[in-house]
Every structure is written in structure tokens, then in C-alpha cells.
Design a protein around this ligand. Structure first.
Ligand code: AMP
Ligand code: MG
Length: 448
């Protein structure tokens, strides 16, 4: 792409300093050579901190109530009217005055004339004099003059006259206007998560649209000249593009709206063109492939030059090579993940998912981890955080246990699909012995 006026090649401002590419100890210009030392890799925690710092927020938008499900409220919602809106019956029965029934008992019922019926939805109700009662349905307005509802089961269910077998308290079985929320009271505060109960409340106070933190729009791009889209038979040397489906699904699972752009071959100009055209609709971009040291690792080559995307090695396994930075005026975060499917998913879980959760406005952006008993020996390279695929299960005693699924290979998609968690082995741990505790990050990638 040669158009210098393009949105991001001219305007982007680096958020993270460009990668230091020369190895420690390399002599440049006239500085004396320092003995070469193995460069310390950036830790997962350090990279994650950079990612979260560079990930901003998205402006709030107004959505129809059901489209807001799962999102965070971005406004204060006040109840304009009391909730309930009027005194109404909590049970099917008879609206009465408690004083009229003081002496009523099982053996000495009191009989009252029934002067009318009040149905749910009655728009007006006439008053009720002393010594009278009205048959009333649940949710119907309590007639002026009545102060209690006696449920049907304590009566003989009479139509013209009714025998009542017990006394009632004033206010019994009456839902008071405003007892849930007074007029002018705060119904929901900004930041409330809109689950079904909160959506019910918004509907109850008459809001059919609400301001929310929207779902981030996540654009997913696969790179690699060997890739073919699913549905097309992969010939010799070709590989079905599973990453764009996996990452789009993972982005949706994290709460984003995912746009799967599909495959871009290993070609600088094509990649830059696609990024340029996708930028306007993206709140976050994910690429996979092309970030290693190979001669055709074009994502790294093309985006390193832009200066706002840094490619670095992280002390983790799998998923060590990572690209992260921002593109364009809006500083849209871009994650350039390694191409091996397991590496890509681990990278997504570790770096991208928290960023998506931050864009959603979530206070806690991390998945919950669980301590589980290792059912087998697990080893891990010193100084790297290792993520193994595992099967987490609940033992009869209530504790969790975990065993490994598949080997180290980060191409093992079937093993990935058979797992339900990542086993996280910290940097300073080189061996987990059977029976000891290990940290597990459940994946549960089956929700929206
Ligand atoms: P790369 O990171 O581009 O060097 O790719 C590493 C490995 O992952 C190679 O074997 C690729 O064929 C494979 N790979 C890359 N992208 C995808 C993809 N979208 N779907 C499935 N496999 C992929
Ligand atoms: Mg590749």
C-alpha cells in the first residue's frame, strides 16, 4: 500500500516503544562491545500490562433493550413513576377492610356482601364502603376503602356473599405502590451488568432503549499463503484456515461482535490493504500467522515498519512471538498472534480476551482460575509460563483435578478441542508432581 494519506500509516502514534531488535551486547557505532548475555524475555505479566494500558474504551451507544443483554449500563436510570404503580392485590381473593374481620375465625366466619369484581387491568375502581367486600384478582388495583386482601382459600368463594374464615392484618396481601422503587429513585446505576433481571427492571420502569458500553467490533484476519477457506478441499501443502473461525468464536465468547475477514496470503501489500480497509469498522484487530523469524513472516515485516506495532518474544510457551500495538487515529489495538492454532488460542486467552473485556467496560477482565490437583507429572521450562491443555474434572469429594490432553505440540487442534482448560505452570516452576496443586484456567468457550 503506497497511499500515504491512508488513515493509519501517517497518523498513528506509537503507544509502545518500537522493539529493540539488536541483541544485548551488540556493538553499534563506536560504543565498546559488551559481552553478549541472553536477553531477558518480557514476561506475560509485563506484556499484559502494556496491552491493557494501550487498550482504551469505546464510546457508549443506545441500544434496544434486548440488544443490551450482557452489556454494561452507561447511564443512570431513574424510575419516573413508583414501582408498583398502584396498590394491587398480591393474591386472588376479596378486597376487605381489616377492621370488619377482627372477629372472624374458622368456627365463627364473618359473611360480607360482595359488591363487585376487580379484574387485573381494571382502569378505574369504585370505592368500597364499610362492611362490604369486592372479589379481586392478583395484580388488580385495590379499591379505595379496602386495606387488605383475604386470599380465596380462607373463604367459601362466594359470589354474592362470602364467608370469611379468618382475620387479616391491614395491608395483608396488598402490594404497595412504590414499595419496590419510589418515584424518582435510582433504578440502575452506570456500570450495572444487564442480565435478565436488570432487563426486567428497565422494562418495568418503561425504558425500551438504554445507553450501554457496546460490544467491541473485532476483526479477525488469517495470514498464510498455505491457507484455504473451509469448504474448499485442502490439497497437498494446503491447510484449512481454522484460526479465523476459532478466534472469531473466541472473540464472540469474550463478548465481542466478530467479523471474520478470512485469509490474506503472505504478501505485504495485500495485508496492509486489508488492514486499511478494515480499520474503520474495527475496535480491535486480530491477525494470526506470520510473526515468527521466517523469511515470509510478513505480518511482522509489514507492521514493524509502521512503527506502532511491536513484535517481541514473551516468556511463555506456546505463543512466544507476539505482535501488539495500535493502528490509526483511533489507536485501534491490533494483536498479531502466532499461526499455530494452540499458540493462537493461548495468546488470545492471555492477551486478547482481557483487552476485549476492558473494551466492554468490565471491571474484572480476567478469567477466574481454579486450583486443581495434578493427576500426572507436568514439566515446564524454567523462566517461562507454560500453558498446557488439560481436562478439568470434579472429584466425588468436591475437589478439582486435572490431567493433560495431548502433547506440547501447538498444532494439535484435536487435542485442543478435547480439552476444557489451560493448565498454567508459573515461570519459576519446572516440575509439577502428581498430587500437588496446579493453577487451571477453565476455557468454557461455549457461551456468548
Ligand atoms: P506461522 O505463524 O505463520 O509461521 O504459522 C505457524 C503454523 O500455523 C503453520 O503450520 C501454519 O500453517 C499454521 N497456521 C497458520 N495460520 C493458520 C490458520 N489460520 N489456520 C490453521 N493453521 C494455521
Ligand atoms: Mg505463516
Amino acid at each position: 500500500m503506497t497511499d500515504n494519506s491512508s488513515d493509519w500509516s501517517t497518523e498513528a502514534i506509537p503507544v509502545v516503544p518500537a522493539a529493540r531488535t539488536e541483541p544485548a551486547g551488540t556493538a553499534t557505532d563506536d560504543r565498546p562491545a559488551v559481552p553478549a548475555q541472553p536477553a531477558r524475555l518480557r514476561t506475560v505479566a509485563e506484556q499484559l500490562a502494556r496491552v491493557l494500558e494501550a487498550t482504551g474504551s469505546i464510546g457508549s451507544i443506545q441500544l434496544a433493550l434486548l440488544d443490551a443483554q450482557g452489556l454494561l449500563l452507561a447511564e443512570e436510570v431513574i424510575a419516573d413513576a413508583p414501582l408498583p404503580g398502584f396498590d394491587n392485590a398480591a393474591m386472588d381473593g376479596y378486597a376487605v377492610r381489616a377492621v370488619d374481620l377482627k372477629q372472624a375465625s374458622e368456627t365463627q366466619p364473618i359473611t360480607l356482601p360482595v359488591v363487585g369484581d376487580v379484574l387485573a387491568g381494571a382502569r378505574s375502581v369504585s370505592g368500597m364502603g364499610p362492611g362490604l367486600c369486592m372479589r379481586i384478582m392478583t395484580g388488580a388495583p385495590v379499591p379505595p376503602g379496602a386495606d387488605a386482601v383475604i386470599p380465596l382459600e380462607h373463604t367459601d368463594r362466594g359470589v354474592a356473599r362470602v364467608a370469611i374464615h379468618r382475620a387479616v392484618r391491614s395491608g395483608e396481601c396488598v402490594r404497595r405502590a412504590g414499595e419496590d422503587l419510589a418515584a424518582g429513585a435510582l433504578a440502575l446505576a452506570p456500570g450495572a451488568v444487564l442480565g435478565p433481571p436488570q432487563i426486567a427492571l428497565l422494562a418495568a420502569v418503561g425504558h425500551d432503549r438504554v445507553m450501554v458500553q457496546p460490544r467491541p467490533r473485532v476483526v479477525v484476519i488469517s495470514t498464510g499463503s498455505e491457507l484455504v477457506d473451509v469448504g474448499k478441499q485442502a490439497g497437498f501443502g494446503e491447510v484449512s484456515d481454522s484460526n479465523s473461525y476459532m478466534l472469531a468464536a473466541a472473540a464472540r465468547d469474550a463478548g465481542a461482535d466478530a467479523y471474520r475477514v478470512g485469509i490474506v496470503p503472505d504478501d505485504h501489500a495485500r495485508l496492509l490493504d486489508v488492514l486499511d480497509s478494515q480499520l474503520s469498522r474495527a475496535d480491535l484487530i486480530i491477525t494470526s500467522g506470520g510473526v515468527s523469524m521466517g523469511a515470509f513472516d510478513i505480518v511482522k515485516e509489514a507492521l514493524s515498519q509502521i512503527g506502532t506495532v511491536e513484535f517481541t518474544k514473551i516468556a511463555m510457551q506456546p505463543g512466544s512471538p507476539q505482535g501488539f500495538g495500535t493502528l490509526g487515529r483511533e489507536r485501534t489495538p491490533i494483536f498479531c498472534l502466532p499461526g499455530n492454532p494452540v499458540s493462537a488460542l493461548v495468546s488470545f486467552e492471555v492477551f486478547v480476551r482481557p483487552a476485549i473485556r476492558k473494551l466492554l467496560g468490565k471491571r474484572n477482565v480476567h478469567r477466574q482460575t481454579i486450583q486443581a490437583i495434578a493427576l500426572e507429572r507436568m514439566d515446564s521450562p524454567e523462566g517461562k509460563r507454560q500453558f498446557r491443555r488439560g481436562r478439568l474434572q470434579r472429584e466425588p469429594d468436591g475437589r478439582y483435578s486435572v490431567s493433560l490432553i495431548g502433547g506440547h505440540g501447538s498444532h494439535l487442534v484435536a487435542a485442543l478441542a478435547a480439552s476444557n482448560c489451560l493448565v498454567v505452570i508459573e515461570e519459576d516452576v519446572t516440575e509439577v508432581v502428581p498430587g500437588s496443586r496446579v493453577t487451571v484456567q477453565p476455557l468454557m468457550l461455549a457461551q456468548r
